[in-house]
Design a protein around this ligand. Structure first.
Ligand SMILES: O=C(O)c1ccc(O)c(O)c1
Ligand SMILES: [Mg+2]
Length: 611
């Protein structure tokens, strides 16, 4: 279907918004009146700019407080409307949105509302314009879509129809099934916005927290299904008032918006992009660092072995069980310091995964980063992390490991060997990467969750808020259905957050975190100490033996439990942005130890040099 976006959804000048919408592949725009008022361009110039960019102007909006008012007031409203109709002619826009009145002058009289809207439609018709009447969820007397439709129906004029807005409909808790009772040709416009489910004033909710479909808690695809079954033929148009998007760069926001519509159309059965290819494991995590020493020392103390080195680049492969960490001391590190730059995802069909990603507007990266590399399909996540689709054990596909040659004087390597599953390692060894935690730029949290869900076919868990001593951290995990890939997406306290706010980490799975922690320490590793008060509290909440508790306290091991299992975890020191976590996940524990995160964050802040 045709796609459109309201200029209010994007940041910047009108010109910047139009350019971003066009580049992201939108067919049209809704011009928000304020964007036009503030623009130095004449209506004719805006019209020409849109035409140059291949955009139609699908809606001009909003016209407010028109209907159900005393007749002298209505006469003034008609005069105002006529003025706007002339403007719309100059713009080349043929549909105007009229939202239900919030005026104290408006009376609760549907018959009067219908009569006045009919009069407005007659005037509009003289200008070749159609009026789309929308119920604002906080309208004074009209606040539901079915009420707005019944007034439109009463008015009975061909130039008057209704505008449906998913936010107003779903925020009021209306049943969208009734949409199917509206004749499709009377649905003049469809505006789409999602929102996180919150208990708050509906106007504030709408003006600040709307988000793109798939980023909130509403069933937008279900609603669209009803609208399509009603026979609606117009565009799918995004109208998102959001405090974050207002500040973020328009270009990436427009791409995020277009991606949300692609996924929405797939969910509503209106489009069939290449199917998701869900990754089946983490092949590797790649750290870049300007100085290999500190991270190598930690890896070594954790029991990793440097098993191989890249044939053409300063990249080492460190391995333990199925956990593989690449340590890259190439040029990128000088720019970013120590950070998690890339993730290798085991994929049953790397080319298919890349096709899916490309169809969903993920930036596809060159298949070879350097001439000597094996060709690998790769895309960039919104935060710039490179995602490689790998097939470590496939006989037909190029191995990423073939770029590496065994390190000298090292024990025999396992890379390239057949996957044997996760062998129990009661000796405290690490057998695989349990999860990766990536901190997103402050304005890309919703985008990141939608990206990982839609491009990689992951499920997204609920977002959790974690108290940091200097702000609030939000975290949301995206995982493959079987839990073989888990990525925790976080967002730091503030745009200006220090490096701590942008920390990343690699969590390593062990069957025995106590032994693993002891071995790490015995090998010279430094564990993050936790405050004694935490262990007092653990003693109050759970029935540990004194010995057990003392062991946890001594090693800085944290504990959590859910309905399915238990979680024990501890942390290494931090190098620049990066640290490691050792985790023991027992039973079917699904979380990431979120209740312990405030204590961990405070402990990490306490270790940071004061500056
Ligand atoms: O918040 C508002 O005023 C407003 C205006 C126009 C719309 O289409 C809408 O959904 C909300
Ligand atoms: Mg609307």
């Amino acid at each position: 279907m045709r796609t459109s976006i309201a200029t209010v959804s994007l940041s910047g000048s009108l010109t910047e918004k139009l350019t971003a919408a066009s580049r992201a592949g939108f067919d049209g725009v809704e011009i928000f009146e304020n964007d036009l008022l503030a623009s130095p361009l004449t209506p004719e110039e805006i019209r020409a700019r849109c035409a140059d960019l291949g955009l139609t102007i699908d809606l001009y909006q909003p016209m407010r407080d028109i209907e159900a008012v005393p007749s002298d007031e209505f006469d003034r409203n008609l005069r105002r409307a006529e003025h706007k109709f002339r403007l719309m002619r100059r713009l080349g826009a043929d549909t105007v949105l009229v939202c239900s009145s919030v005026s104290p002058l408006a009376v609760d009289d549907d018959e009067l509302a219908a009569r006045q809207l009919r009069r407005l439609a007659e005037l509009a018709q003289d200008f070749g314009i159609r009026v789309a009447y929308e119920a604002l969820a906080w309208g004074r007397h009209v606040s539901t879509y079915d009420h707005a439709w019944s007034i439109v129906e009463q008015a009975g004029h061909p130039a008057l129809g209704t505008c449906l807005d998913s936010f107003h409909i779903l925020a009021r808790g209306s049943d969208p099934k009734g949409i199917e009772d509206i004749p499709g040709e009377k649905i003049f416009f469809l505006q789409l916005a999602d929102a996180p489910l919150m208990a708050m004033d509906v106007l504030q909710w709408s003006r600040h927290y709307r988000c793109f479909p798939g980023q909130g808690g509403f069933d937008i695809a279900g609603l669209v299904g009803h609208v399509i079954r009603a026979g609606y033929q117009g565009p799918l148009s995004l109208e998102v008032f959001n405090d974050v998007f207002r500040q973020a760069e328009a270009g990436p926001t427009a791409v995020d918006a277009q991606r949300s519509l692609l996924v929405l159309q797939e969910a509503a059965g209106l489009a069939e992009p290449p199917a998701p290819v869900v990754p089946s494991g983490i092949a590797f995590a790649e750290l870049v660092t300007p100085d290999a020493e500190p991270v190598s020392a930690i890896l070594e103390a954790l029991g990793f072995t440097r098993t191989a080195r890249h044939r053409g680049k300063p990249v080492d492969l460190w391995q333990q069980g199925e956990a593989r960490v690449l340590l890259n001391t190439g040029p990128a590190a000088r720019r970013d310091g120590t950070s998690l730059a890339a993730i290798g995802l085991e994929s049953p069909d790397p080319a298919g995964a890349a096709r899916r990603a490309e169809a969903l507007l993920a930036p596809v990266l060159p298949r070879r980063r350097a001439p000597e590399d094996a060709p690998l399909d790769a895309v960039a996540a919104p935060d710039g992390t490179e995602l490689f689709f790998c097939a470590t054990d496939s006989s037909e596909l190029p191995h990423w490991t073939s770029d590496f040659e065994p390190a000298e004087h090292q024990p025999p390597t396992h890379h390239g060997a057949r996957r044997t599953g996760h062998k129990p390692s009661p000796d405290g060894g690490v057998h695989h990467i349990d999860h990766l935690a990536l901190t997103q730029p402050w304005h890309q949290f919703d985008e990141a969750a939608l990206f990982h869900r839609s491009v990689l076919g992951f499920g997204a868990q609920e977002s959790v808020d974690v108290a940091d001593p200097y702000g609030l951290l939000r975290s949301r995990a995206v995982t493959s259905a079987d839990g073989s890939v888990r990525i925790a997406l976080g967002v730091g306290p503030a745009p200006t957050a220090d490096e701590g706010g942008r920390a990343q980490h690699i969590a390593l799975a062990t069957d025995d975190v106590v032994t693993a922690a002891r071995r790490f320490r015995a090998a010279g590793g430094r564990l993050l100490p936790m405050p004694p008060n935490y262990y007092d509290d653990l003693a109050a909440r759970y029935e540990f033996t004194d010995d057990e508790l003392e062991t946890y306290r001594e090693l800085g091991i944290l504990y959590d439990r859910d309905a399915d299992g238990e979680f024990r975890h501890c942390y290494t020191e931090t190098v620049d942005r990066v640290f490691f976590e050792l985790v023991q996940r027992d039973g079917g524990y699904r979380g990431y130890g979120a209740p312990n995160a405030p204590v961990r964050l405070a402990a990490q802040h306490a270790r940071r040099p004061v500056g």
